[in-house]
Design a protein around this ligand. Structure first.
Ligand code: SIN
Length: 314
């Protein structure tokens, strides 16, 4: 990964933490030693890098589950992601961890999301208080596929054609709880045939990031979404137009995994997607997630996040 000409590599402290932005619209590699040895001041720099670059990658780590949990706590109170888990996972020793894996043991999946494509989404948008940060720590990666892509939602909002923006100003979107992002029906939910009946919270389509103060487009996930108050066909047409814009390739960055990577992203301004992979290969990731706020739009919300201004083609 090389530094973007617009966002130069920053040496943030005399310590071992260096932030190297990607050349894409978001993302940075944080180069540091073993995260278990970082001081509070260094961890604060890592947190700052996540807010500035939206997604951060830290390579070459070797962590136990309790160590991963300790690392995650520096970014906020950890959430137990109750709806993300399968039956087997609920009984695990570390409820802070969600296993994302296609591996089967004794005829049962050890985790969620299988080997399927995971559609673009923002984690847990179907809850009243969705997550702030999520992080995946990779234990086993397939030889090909299973890459995780990210899209910059500050940039998506800032480049939205005026006509589209005027149609979503002040509007809310209903975020469906029924299916997970691999298309699996969640435990305890029934399929819905009319998007207006889908269970889920209503969030503003434009939200203000509570820590950075910048506005971002907040779409959650496409299946069963509904823009409140519109006839269904109008909501569908507007959502199609918004989604076609939001995940334009030039708004994205895609990560190719190595074992020992930590990848952390900010769900308040980023959506992510995972490519499918060969069912015969093993992929094992341990995920931690931080609790977030109820999404809100502030009248003082800013535009011009530095990572949107410096994006290629912006
Ligand atoms: C997720 O959506 O949390 C999983 C993404 C991945 O498996 O890369």
């Amino acid at each position: 990964m090389s530094a973007s000409p617009a966002l130069k590599t920053s040496v943030l402290s005399p310590s071992a933490v260096r932030v190297v932005p990607t050349q894409a619209a978001l993302g940075a590699e944080v180069r540091c030693d073993d995260v278990r040895t970082l001081s509070d001041a260094e961890l604060a720099l890592v947190h700052r890098a996540a807010l500035d670059h939206l997604v951060i990658l830290i390579r070459g780590q070797t962590l136990t589950d309790p160590e991963l949990i300790d690392f995650g706590r520096h970014f906020g109170a950890l959430d137990l992601a109750p709806y993300a888990k399968t039956g087997k996972e609920k009984a695990r020793k570390h409820p802070e961890i969600v296993i994302v894996s296609n591996v089967m043991e004794d005829g049962q999946a050890i985790g969620v999301l299988r080997d399927a494509e995971v559609v673009w989404h923002s984690d847990n948008s179907y809850r009243e208080q969705p997550l702030s940060f999520s992080a995946l720590y990779s234990l086993e990666v397939p030889p090909a596929g299973g890459n995780t892509g990210f899209a910059n939602m500050y940039l998506a909002l800032e480049t939205l054609p005026h006509e589209l923006r005027s149609r979503i100003e002040g509007r809310t979107l209903k975020h469906d709880m029924t299916y997970n992002s691999a298309g699996d029906l969640r435990e305890g939910f029934k399929p819905v045939s009319d998007v207006r009946d889908a269970p889920g919270p209503h969030h503003p389509i434009i939200r203000t990031h509570p820590d950075t103060g910048y506005d971002a487009l907040y779409l959650g996930r496409r299946p069963n979404a509904y823009i409140d108050g519109l006839p269904v066909d109008e909501s569908e047409a507007l959502l199609e137009a918004l989604w076609a814009h939001a995940v334009r390739p030039d708004f994205t960055w895609h990560h190719v995994w190595q074992a020992g990577d930590i990848l952390m992203w900010d769900n308040r301004c980023v959506m992510h997607h995972r490519d499918p992979f060969d069912a015969g290969a093993r992929r094992v990731m341990h995920r931690i997630q931080c609790a977030g706020d109820k999404p809100a739009k502030s009248a003082a919300g800013k535009i011009g996040h530095p990572r949107a201004l410096s994006a290629p083609n912006s």
